[in-house]
Design a protein around this ligand. Structure first.
Ligand code: PAF
Length: 281
């Protein structure tokens, strides 16, 4: 696995792969790799001839300088974690490779980026959409892999690839969970022992709400019970708890087609998110 930091070097490598007729898969990450990321890497290796993992902590998608500063930076151990996989390039761009001097372009996706994390974290999806567009173009990928844990992000990326005619297939991969059901996230390592023990209540609350909805409960009733469960478990603040249609992510008040439950809440001062599909019975 080569480590590259310049887009010109990456371009030279992807050109040689292309001229040999090889396909390219990319896994965009911000590092602090865990089993969730590695499942994306595995999917990429199974699907593409050549695999690029990108590692860039994108300042434009953080809402506060404190959150950006707290984001774990573990480049060396990230590279070690990738060693067992058939990854060809770990691309760790210097900031100016992504945001050159005078950078003035923002990719902003309407519709699917509204509400949920889009409302709770203003500007977040503009930051994500802009950097992902650049990483897709820089990597020249045929396939790009994203986790369903960030389900709204996955829809934003699908939309921008179609709208901007980027010739890439966006592949969504299932959420990887700890044994107790907590969705894997780089943020989990910031939880204290008590918070870590209580955090799986989010997944349990979503499951209970999904069960109630399928049993005929109203969205309002099911979400109320879930809200109480999160509070009882020690979640300090709930950013949202919502039922949305899938695809499209429009808010729905009754379960009359495929939908998804979404939650974002704070435990130990750490913002955690999760989501779960709900099918009408
Ligand atoms: O999901 C992430 O880690 C980031 O949002 C992404 C897609 C790498 C863009 O910075």
């Amino acid at each position: 696995m080569k480590i590259l930091r310049r887009k010109a070097d990456l371009r030279a490598v992807t050109r040689s792969w292309r001229s040999a007729g090889e396909t390219i898969g990319v896994v965009p990450t911000m590092g602090a790799l865990h089993a969730g990321h590695l499942s994306l890497v595995e999917a990429a290796c199974a699907r593409a001839d050549r695999v690029i993992v990108t590692l860039f902590v994108n300042p434009r998608q953080f809402n506060s300088p404190e959150d950006l500063a707290k984001y774990p930076r573990t480049e060396e151990s990230d590279a070690e974690k990738l060693a067992p996989f058939a990854v060809d390039v770990l691309y760790i761009p210097e900031p100016e490779e992504i945001y050159p001097e005078g950078f003035a372009t923002t990719v902003s996706v309407a519709g699917v980026s509204e509400g949920l994390c889009g409302a709770a974290r203003p500007g977040h999806f503009d930051g994500v959409a802009t950097v992902v567009t650049k990483l897709l173009l820089q990597s020249d990928a045929d396939f790009a892999f994203f986790g369903e844990k960030d389900y709204q992000q996955l829809q934003v990326v699908r939309r921008l690839a179609v709208d901007l005619d980027i010739p890439v297939e966006i592949v969504g991969c299932p959420t990887v969970r700890e044994e107790d059901g907590l969705a894997m996230s780089s943020r989990n390592q910031r939880l204290g022992p008590k918070g870590r023990a209580a955090a799986p209540a989010m997944r349990a609350a979503l499951e209970e709400a999904a069960h109630a909805l399928v049993g005929g409960a109203s969205a309002e009733g099911a979400l109320d019970i879930a809200r109480q469960a999160l509070t009882a478990a020690g979640y300090e603040q709930i950013d949202y708890l919502e039922l949305r249609a899938d695809p499209g992510l429009l808010p729905v008040s009754t379960l009359d087609g495929p939908a998804r439950l979404f939650a974002a809440a704070w435990m130990d001062g750490v913002r955690l998110i999760d989501n779960l599909p709900v099918a009408a019975a």
